[in-house]
Design a protein around this ligand. Structure first.
Ligand code: GLN
Length: 558
């Protein structure tokens, strides 16, 4: 069946809001739940937009350490946000603006700015109701900007914490104002303790009471568990959480996040939400999405790709969340190349202290070096880049990965021994990567938050290169997040040594893509920007497609 065109329910239909809140504990997939709800409603032909609320004081996610908070996802307009915004863009196949992301810090900053501007006209400005009012103002503005029939609002954290209480108060106030237009979905966790071997609903009952204590009642409960819920558990949750058993949706572990929408639909979530919100009944059509979800797991060819990075380890755990958009972009490109991508996360420091031999890279069909900051592990990165170049293994460098690709080339092919980035070595004889002039002052003034070169910028491609062939157009737009660039003073030398700058800013000053000609290396390409932010399941990114294609060819040749 053809995809249903987006249309408004009716002229008179008021906009609808769905708050997604978490019970029992964090980390059980609120972001994917929100994204999946959005996808289901979009597939019914409703216009959907998605908001994320992070209760941190940080004004944006840009100042948070990735090993603590995960990936920093950059929007077109340059706002540095949480990785869930990436999930929303991928699931909704839409570009979201910065108004759709807010933190406690951002909200307070705005309230204080208004107070300083006398916009409260001399009255006392109070935490309640003025802070929730600002939260609601932002929600309504996001809805208006997107002309959304339905706006999903994911409230970070867990019910019962101090941190998100003002956001829950905003939900309560909005519901009081528009009782028929606001739904509350609680994502809860239903554990099966090892020693008991039985699914326990008590924590969910407590979470539901906590929610009641802030004046909210869940309309739907998504019960996360390792396995599907049986009817008995559904009834128990229903009785003690004050809803009907049909409103308890089973949300078991699934093989891939892309299976979640179909899984919710098994319990009829889409129709349930439209019923709660008084939206017209429409058929859910996830056929295109589900075809993707099926194939992403079952691609014909398996390709082994190494991600060589520096933000993997935290204590005894490996954190792949830091590179989630890179991983999703690779998987998506695999799907569109009929390949299943198998990823290995290699900590670049292991190449420095001999824990891992460079030769171990030989078995990979492709190597990716993603973005990063600072000096730890960079010599390991440069060694891996050199290995990929000399052994003709397809290489994709993203931001820092492109900068280290350039440094490697400078050191080993352009005779610039000791070349470096001034981010790591201020005294290097050859700063082939140097700070962007307008960033220097910001650094001197310790003006760090939200001041990098951020967001979408145009880039012009050079004809006859891998990049221009991959994109098939002359001018592109990609998202950025960096302070350093290829130093214009070394461009000529690097070009003479054979490196091709196949993408530049329209004024020709900033090098956006570096690559080697096809005759020299099948795929040795790096981008100053982050293409991973624009890859979507149903519209993959051309550079990731080209990289995976090269990895496939490399495997076939091996
Ligand atoms: N640290 C580098 C810079 O600031 C690269 C940043 C990145 O990889 N996002 O330019």
């Amino acid at each position: 069946m053809a995809a249903r065109p987006t249309r408004s329910p009716s002229k008179k239909q008021s906009p609808k809001y769905i708050f997604i809140v978490g019970g029992v504990m964090s980390g059980i997939g609120k972001g994917i739940a929100s994204s999946s709800i959005g996808r289901i409603l979009k597939s019914k032909g409703f216009k959907v937009t998605a908001i994320k609320i992070d209760p941190y004081i940080n004004v944006d996610a840009g100042t948070m350490n990735p090993t603590e908070h995960g990936e920093v996802f950059v929007l077109d307009d340059g706002y540095e946000t949480d990785q869930d915004m990436g999930n929303y863009e991928r699931f909704l196949d839409d570009t979201l603006p910065s108004i759709n992301y807010m933190t406690t810090g951002r909200v307070y900053q705005e309230v204080i700015r208004r107070e300083r501007n006398l916009e409260y006209k001399g009255k006392n400005v109070q935490v309640v109701p003025d802070v929730p009012i600002e939260v609601i103002r932002r929600i309504l503005e996001a809805q208006k900007l997107a002309h959304a029939d339905v706006t999903t609002i994911e409230v970070g954290g867990t019910i019962g914490e101090y941190e998100n209480i003002l956001f829950l108060e905003a939900a309560r106030m909005l519901k009081q104002k528009f009782p028929h237009d606001v739904a509350i979905v609680m994502l809860s966790y239903v554990p099966i303790p090892h020693n008991i071997g039985e699914m326990k609903t008590k924590p969910t009952q407590h979470a539901s009471r906590e929610l009641n204590s802030v004046g909210l009642q869940a309309d739907v409960i998504l019960a996360r568990a390792t396995v599907p819920l049986d009817q008995k558990r559904k009834e128990k949750i229903a009785t003690f959480c004050n809803i009907s058993p049909e409103r308890v949706i089973s949300a078991p572990d699934v093989e891939s996040i892309y299976d979640v929408p179909a899984n919710y639909e098994k319990d009829g979530l889409g129709d349930m939400l439209t019923e709660v919100l008084g939206l017209p009944k429409r058929k859910t059509d996830l056929s295109e999405w589900n075809a993707f979800a099926r194939k992403v797991k079952n691609g014909n060819k398996e390709l082994s790709i190494a991600i060589v990075g520096k933000y993997f380890n935290s204590g005894d755990y490996v954190l792949s969340d830091v590179y989630i958009s890179v991983i999703e972009a690779l998987k998506t490109a695999g799907f569109h190349n009929d390949s299943k991508i198998k990823l290995d996360y290699l900590d670049s420091e292991d190449f420095e202290d001999g824990k891992r031999e460079l030769r171990s890279l030989a078995r990979f069909d492709g190597i990716v070096v993603p973005g990063g900051f600072g000096s730890r592990g960079v010599e390991g990165i440069v060694a891996a880049v050199k290995y990929a170049r000399e052994n003709k293994i397809p290489y994709l460098g993203l931001c820092y990965g492109m900068q280290w690709q350039t440094i490697e080339y400078a050191r080993n092919k352009a005779g610039l021994t000791g070349a470096n980035t001034s981010e790591v070595d201020k005294k290097t004889p050859y700063p082939v990567i140097d700070i962007i002039p307008d960033q220097k002052e910001k650094m001197l003034n310790k003006n760090y938050g939200g001041t990098m070169r951020l967001g979408a910028y145009p880039c012009v491609l050079k004809k006859g290169t891998i990049a221009s062939e991959a994109y098939g157009v002359k001018k592109i737009s990609e998202r950025h997040r960096h302070r350093y660039e290829v130093n214009p003073e070394y461009i000529k030398q690097l070009e003479e040594a054979g490196l091709v700058f196949s993408g530049r800013s329209p004024d020709g000053v900033l090098m956006e893509i570096a690559e080697l000609p096809k005759e020299v290396h099948p795929f040795f390409l790096g981008t100053q920007f982050h293409p991973e932010f624009l890859s979507r399941p149903l519209s993959p990114h051309p550079l990731f497609l080209a990289f995976v294609k090269a990895a496939r060819a490399h495997k076939e040749k091996k």
